[in-house]
Design a protein around this ligand. Sequence first.
Ligand code: GTP
Ligand code: MG
Length: 316
Amino acid sequence: MAKEKGIKELTDLPGIGPTTAEKLKELGYDNIEKIATAVPHELSDLVNLSVENAKKAIDAARQATTLEYDTGSAIYDKRKELGKIHTGSKELDELLGGGVETGAITEAYGKFASGKTQIGFQLSVNAQLPKSEGGLEGTVLFIDTEGTFRPERIESLAKHAGLDPAKALENIFVVRAHNSDQQLLAAERADKLIREKNVKLIVVDSLMALFRAEYMGRGSLNERQQKLNQHIHKLQQLADTYGLAVYITNQVMDNPGILFGDPTTPVGGNIVAHAATTRLYMRKSKEEKRIVKLVDSPNMPEGEAVIKITPNGIAG
Ligand code: GTP
Ligand code: MG
């Protein structure tokens, strides 16, 4: 992308001094294009910049970037190459346009026992399947922040999927993160593992638990959001670079601002909302049934799927 009007560096943008520019670079906004595609609230949440000034900087960055064009058919061809991982539920796969997409972040949020982790387990097994069976013939990096990874459950799911359970477990690389720094590092240092072991799925279960616990009651929500942003940018970069799928689970809170309707809102604010390509809201229904709502997707209509959590894994 060519630059115009002499805007080449972040510091050439209005309102961005050297300190802010440095901070932005650390957070992954290391060029004008990244600023051009940011949203004002996001930047304002991260660095010491008013929403108004963030808007001005973004506008200037947009004007300074010229676009390279891809034809629609070229993009279509590229997208057809992108793999998808089956979820185990036909209904949910259809809702997602074929399964969980690679090159993108898919987020599942919902209350406890809504099935977020179970989907993570099922994807960890299915990612290993042959492509003809809805897999990617790859391995899995599982970042466990809550200590809820269960090898026994993986064994059952693998058996049912026709995989050798012992091999299926060998193909899942679990990092148990005890604090947010370990969580960040697990992604920062993943490149080598991904290349050497053909990782095709990264699971982060859950994204926010450690961040929430560590920053509870502390004044510096700003600091938390910066760190979180860095983490998410890294995950997005891994998805792009290696064409792998990222599945994150997220907790919820009741948004007091919503007076009518369901106040359940995912935590993490704008940073997470903006980064997740596809968002799924999971709710408990009768017995083993769960309702999965597609809340945000770039190419699929909103809708709901009913899945089942069975002894053999996700079905329905
Ligand atoms: P939190 O992490 O607590 O927020 O919940 P979650 O959304 O991750 O829930 P999870 O995916 O752990 O789902 C828990 C539910 O899955 C349980 O209430 C069970 O209904 C079901 N489940 C978990 N393990 C098994 C199992 O081994 N067999 C069967 N049949 N169901 C299971
Ligand atoms: Mg869970």
